[in-house]
Design a protein around this ligand. Sequence first.
Ligand code: DHK
Length: 146
Amino acid sequence: MSKLVTLLNGPNLNLLGLRQPEIYGRETLDDVAARCADLAEDLGLRLRALQSNHEGQLVDWIHQARDGSAGIIINPGAYSHTSIAILDALNAYDGPVLEVHISNIHKREAFRHHSYVSSRAEGVIAGFGTEGYLLALRRMATLLGA
Ligand code: DHK
């Protein structure tokens, strides 16, 4: 049975491809999820891709991942910079966590430079566009020995 990886996207990422394409690109979240699902299969993994604009929903999905998901890849969106609740939920999760930002948050406004999630993540990818999700998936396969 192949290992399950949970891919979580936070607020406003449902508008990927539409909002600020000069920063976030023109690919939709469905496009990204489909590419990730294909790659996951190639890597011998299964993928559960979820997006929510609500902090509590993301916390609930992280709790669900405790039971059966071998790793989490998360782009918490703006909650990266604000959410101790998401950090606490990830700290209650045992598997590897990889953090993805489509844009290079360090090249942007100062309030984006700090991410609470980074103190929990095994690795952080920022500024690689939507390709960052695929790179994270490859790294996750290595970490899980898939
Ligand atoms: C996405 C967001 O929505 C922002 O709030 C973050 C992140 C950056 C990204 O680059 O994917 O600051």
